[in-house]
Design a protein around this ligand. Structure first.
Ligand SMILES: [Zn+2]
Length: 425
């Protein structure tokens, strides 16, 4: 007897719909004729493992317009506005905003979230709030917190001590922002400091690296060298890496090969970086994201992050990784047939690998953390940014969506439309 049986699920790489069984919170092989306490009819719709958000700044969410709106939309005006807003930050203020966006993410099928948290604050207010939230929501979502020094480690008063305190307070991952440090030397030292701290404490690393259009920004090679030196292969993530877009091809070729050698994970953030990069260009304006297709082709693990939800840098968004994937389909020219399927991997299995999640997937024995999309294929899911009909955690439905019904009057008669291609039109 199963606890849950999902009938007729379409899964990655399998054309024919299949049944997925759940017992004691785990995926199990369905035996012929086996009964279930509860049945969910997927009716040929797409089922994937739970979505994974590998890069968001939860401490800044929902602050757009506070104390004022970003009129230019630029990164630098955003930093200035955040500098004003951060003065009124309290633990309760952070917690209220985060609780709201976590609900949005859950409704979108996200059960695992890695959030960067600004630790350039002697009080570590945001981190204290997020550590409490991590505990509060542990029964429904898993949060990883990155000690993120928004204003640098070497370039901010007592930056190194703050990073150590953040780790003691409970940060899971060590961050850095080398391209924002005052000098090249500080940038290198900040990477070495962060990675050594992580290695000493057995933590993972996730560094905002080369998030600039400056082709001279080359800290990723320092991350690669340190990863190999410290034996941290597979535990290190580089986020953004937009400068790679502007590197010469010879340098990029060497870099991409070394990224694979060091087993770094990369996070691209199409929503924020499509609007923040290229701001100093006259026409033509560069896209300013990392070399996603080249990295994937070389066998580097690349995943998609959301980065911001309604904050001074990005006023839009509702915490949906699928929307970010849809933007990358256009902005990264990933509309090839297999590439669209890869986009779904980049918000699920690839991101899970970057976070080091275990027992994740659709194989028997994995945790039954699943999403049912209101779409028959990966292509339709991306095309429609399809609603998540059901989000399942450990075999329990923890979120569901009732899709909108669309009606048109055609030939004087009202009839439904669903935006799917049918045999007859
Ligand atoms: Zn970021």
């Amino acid at each position: 007897m199963l606890d849950l049986l999902i009938r007729g699920a379409r899964t990655r790489g399998v054309e024919a719909p299949r049944d997925i069984g759940v017992r004691a919170g785990r995926i199990v092989q369905v035996q012929p004729g086996e009964g279930a306490a509860r049945t969910l009819d997927a009716a040929g719709r797409l089922v994937t493992p739970a979505l994974v958000e590998p890069h968001i700044h939860l401490d800044a969410v929902l602050t757009v317009g506070q104390p004022r709106y970003n009129l230019t939309g630029s990164l630098f005006e955003g930093i200035a506005i955040w500098g004003e807003r951060v003065k009124s930050l309290t633990v309760e203020d952070v917690k209220q905003r985060v609780r709201q966006v976590l609900r949005w993410q859950l409704a979108n099928g996200v059960l695992f979230v890695r959030s960067h948290v600004d630790v350039c604050d002697p009080e570590l207010t945001a981190l204290r709030a997020l550590v409490e939230i991590r505990q509060e929501v542990a029964g429904q979502m898993a949060l990883q917190l990155v000690a993120f020094p928004q204003q640098g480690i070497l370039s901010f008063p007592d930056g190194e001590a703050l990073m150590r305190r953040a780790v003691e307070l409970g940060a899971d991952v060590v961050g850095a922002i080398p391209h924002f440090e005052l000098s090249r030397e500080y940038g290198e030292r900040s990477v070495k400091f962060a990675m050594t701290l992580a290695a000493e404490r057995g933590l993972r690393v996730d560094i905002h690296c080369d998030e600039t259009d400056d082709e001279q920004s080359r800290f990723l090679e320092v991350m690669i060298a340190e990863t190999i030196r410290l034996g941290m292969q597979g535990r290190v993530t580089a986020s953004h890496t937009t400068a790679m877009h502007s590197y010469n091809n010879a340098y990029a070729y060497r870099l991409v090969n070394n990224l694979r050698r060091a087993e770094l994970h990369l996070v691209t953030n199409p929503l924020d970086n499509s609007v923040l990069q290229g701001r100093f260009d006259s026409y033509p304006i560069r896209r300013g994201h990392t070399r996603v297709k080249q990295l994937l082709a070389a066998g580097v693990n690349v995943c998609i992050g959301h980065d911001s939800v309604m904050d001074p840098w990005y006023p839009l968004g509702y915490g949906d990784p699928l929307q970010a994937a849809s933007v990358l389909a256009h902005y990264g020219q990933m509309t090839g047939y297999e590439e669209i399927k890869t986009l779904i991997d980049m918000i699920s299995v690839n991101a899970a690998r970057a976070l080091g999640l275990e027992e994740y997937g659709l194989e028997p024995g994995c945790r039954a953390d699943l999403v049912l999309f209101d779409a028959p294929s990966e292509m339709d899911a991306v095309r429609l940014v399809a609603p998540r009909l059901a989000v399942i955690r450990g075999g329990e439905i923890v979120a569901r969506t009732e899709p909108a019904r669309h009606m048109v009057v055609w030939d004087g008669r009202e009839e439904p439309v669903d935006f799917l291609r049918h045999a007859q039109g």
